[in-house]
Design a protein around this ligand. Structure first.
Ligand SMILES: [Zn+2]
Length: 302
């Protein structure tokens, strides 16, 4: 199987991005894998510290490994937002393909010092694992927030991005470019959208030359995603949208079958609903359907 590094290079050459979806149970994992399989595109399965603690780090690794072998699509496993070296080393030993080593809440110098140290230690355990570092403020918590915080003050500059990448030796950078974890209630209702600083993304890409990840993608305007990918974003994280679909579908399924207690009768509609969200995001990030749409337009107008 191809490595994540190889797939990142190929997707960048093709001008598309890899979708990253967090999971904390088998329903979400099955939905993500089914969507990637249907479109035959690579996908990143993410598990943050909380999600790993809930499911079990070795259990997640074993499930993803077995689905990877069965599905025939490149499925990679990312240890999302990891805040300590001990937790990072656990993920490296469990065979994760990548890790987000996130000390962005610390003062910059401390973030640089500890991230550099982590890169050396993690590569010694698992040389092929890609390490992502983070600077700037993109908030915390893939949840519904009553109001969204103003992120405009914590944006990453191209200069600090370049310095951070060079000083730490990270493989991937997660910049703050107008993105934000979580969604506001108005975003869940579809009344508001996030917007990205596309010019800043292009400048950070030019200054660093490394793969870039966009965190907190939920609720972002579709066209901003397209432009961000064209400007140099290689991986897009979606979590809250998936969680919202999971909860709404679960409530609907329980309401529809009030007397049902059999999990495998209650949960399939939840898998379907989550899969639909993942499919629509994967289509957008991979440019699937664009050619067909263009062809349709051409014949309609021609
Ligand atoms: Zn994130």
């Amino acid at each position: 199987m191809q490595t994540l590094r190889e797939v990142l290079q190929q997707t960048q050459q093709r001008g598309v991005a890899i979708g990253h979806f967090n999971i904390s149970d088998l329903v979400l994992l099955k939905a993500v894998v089914a969507a990637a399989q249907e479109l035959n595109v690579p996908v990143l399965v993410g598990a943050s510290q909380g999600e790993r603690d809930f499911m079990g780090i070795h259990e997640i690794a074993a499930l993803v490994k077995s689905l990877r072998e069965e599905s025939g699509v490149p499925i990679f496993l990312n240890a999302d937002h990891t805040h300590s070296l001990a937790k990072a080393e656990e993920a490296a030993r469990a065979g994760f393909d990548s890790i987000v080593f996130d000390l962005s809440a610390l003062p910059r110098e401390e973030n640089v010092r500890q991230t550099k140290e982590a890169v050396a230690k993690l590569k010694a355990i698992h040389p092929a694992m890609l390490i992502e570092g983070e600077i700037g403020d993109i908030g915390t918590g893939s949840e519904i927030h009553e109001t969204m915080v103003d992120v405009s003050k914590g944006l990453t500059t191209p200069e600090e991005a370049k310095q951070f990448v060079e000083a730490t030796g990270i493989d991937i950078l997660a910049p703050a470019v107008g993105n934000m974890h979580g969604m506001s209630s108005s975003m869940v209702r579809g009344e508001a959208r996030k917007h990205l600083d596309i010019k800043r993304i292009a400048e950070i890409k030019k200054a660093t030359g490394v793969p870039l990840t966009l965190h907190g993608g939920s609720g972002t305007e579709d066209d901003d995603f397209r432009k961000a990918i064209a400007a140099g974003i290689n991986v897009v994280h979606i979590n809250t949208e998936v969680r919202v679909a999971w909860r709404q579908a679960l409530e609907a399924s329980l309401a529809k079958q009030p007397g049902e207690v059999v999990p495998y009768k209650i949960l399939p509609p939840v898998i379907e609903a989550v899969k639909e969200v993942v499919l629509s995001r994967l289509r957008l990030f991979n440019g699937v359907g664009l050619v067909a749409q263009d062809a349709g337009l051409a014949s309609a107008t021609g």
